[in-house]
Design a protein around this ligand. Sequence first.
Ligand code: ATP
Length: 287
Amino acid sequence: MTINKVSIKAPAKINLSLDALRKREDGFHEVAMVMTTVDLADRIELTLLEADEIKIESSGGFVPLDERNLAFQAALLLKKTFNIKKGVYIHISKHIPVAAGLAGGSSDAAATLKGLNELWGLELSLDELAELGAKIGSDVSFCVYGGTALATGRGEKIHHISSPPPCWVLLAKPPIGVSTGEVYRNLRLQGIKHPDVEGMVKAIEEKDYDKICSLLGNVLESVTLKMYPEVKHIKEQMMRLGADAVLMSGSGPTVFGLFQHESRLQRVYNGLRGFCHEVYAVRLLGE
Ligand code: ATP
């Protein structure tokens, strides 16, 4: 049976721990990150086109609608690698904030790779898709698998770990977009406080919620919080209002808080809405 249409979820990720170890010769940093998925997601709909072309549209967010779009790049990469003569119409329903530190673009690319694998009948394994994904961006490999993982190298080497204990996550995004490249370019590693990534992996494996909260850490805060004081302000407010723990995700500017109790999540959500327009209450998917 030929499949003509595929609809696939592209969830956002947060970093529970993010460390940069050194700058490499290729310009990237060697990183160690603990990443996990949350249930805030874009939806990617792929429709088979008999013509040899890639069409892309999006609703609900401002993203480029040409080869700069990471979902478009994913389709182009598969086409070129496997000499595909069919086409695809990609429709993105955008719900993940753009340039926010939540890997929205990477997740759209990963979902497109997975969806086209079905639509074009390529029969590639997840490992093969993740390897291809790394050519598009460092976070795409993780997004192909989802779940929870330790990511090393420039972020493309994925080591699966068990899921954290269930909890709530509050995401708050100030109205600014942050360029990941710029943040890494401004990162100074000398004298910086490194998060305990190994400890975080252990705390997750042991499902120790309090330990997870106490070990949250992100070296990129040293850059983004200085560049954008509003990110620091949201962190302080979220903590003051009663989050169990708070951290910036990726290169920012999104800040997330963890909660074990829904009633407290609700209270902090209401408190934050006063001065931050974009706030999302979601669950950790983790697996
Ligand atoms: P990461 O956490 O992986 O660094 P991010 O959440 O900070 O990613 P994205 O939302 O992925 O950032 O967007 C980064 C840039 O990629 C933006 O400048 C955006 O215009 C571009 N982009 C290309 N394709 C997409 C897409 N499908 N969705 C969102 N952004 C996209």
